[in-house]
Design a protein around this ligand. Structure first.
Ligand code: HEC
Length: 157
């Protein structure tokens, strides 16, 4: 009774393997686009925080807006490791990811965890409504972005 199951499993594995070969380029493009999308969401939340903190827009409850953006950063930060894990070729040359991400994977994950911690601290500071506390916590978040980008991102001009 086990044989048909084994044959089916083998067939599924072969189909998956063949499919991967054909779709390798699409898969790589998707992986790169996805990790950039995760980063862009973080960047957009940072942009929102900056606007609110600088008073470029008037919102009634600054703490609410800063706090929810901080939570958004925190949620995306938890996705960084998973989004970057696959080391894929980039024939289109669109990525700004440095190879050090995969040669120093532990260091990269640590940098992502640092952003998780600092964005959580910013959300806590925002809950107090104290703008000075938010400013100080925001600086730490910015430091987490810069710390990782310095090591692991090669910005294209
Ligand atoms: C753990 C490392 C890490 C942390 C932390 C990090 N980044 Fe990034 N970021 C990257 C890497 C790597 C890229 C390049 C990704 C690529 O092009 O494949 C990138 C790209 C970006 C991009 C460009 C996205 C695009 O559209 O291509 C923005 C914007 C960005 N990061 C903003 C931020 C901000 C703001 C923070 C902090 C709140 C932050 N990042 C924290 C590693 C990180």
């Amino acid at each position: 009774m086990k044989k048909p199951i084994l044959a089916a499993a083998l067939f599924a594995a072969m189909a998956a393997f063949g499919g991967n070969a054909v779709l390798a380029d699409d898969h790589a493009a998707g992986a790169i686009k996805y990790r950039q999308t995760v980063m862009k969401s973080i960047g957009d939340h940072m942009g929102g925080i900056s606007m609110v903190m600088k008073g470029e827009t008037e919102v009634e409850d600054i703490g609410l807006h800063v706090g929810e953006h901080a939570k958004g950063i925190n949620a995306s930060a938890t996705l960084i490791a998973g989004a970057f894990k696959a080391k894929v070729d980039d024939p289109s040359g669109s990525t700004e990811a440095k190879p050090e991400i995969w040669s120093d994977w532990d260091g990269f994950v640590k940098a992502a965890e640092k952003l998780e911690a600092t964005s959580a601290a910013l959300a806590e500071a925002a809950a107090t409504g104290d703008k000075d506390a938010m400013g100080a916590a925001l600086k730490e978040v910015g430091g987490s972005c810069g710390g990782c980008h310095k090591e692991f991102r090669q910005k294209k001009s």
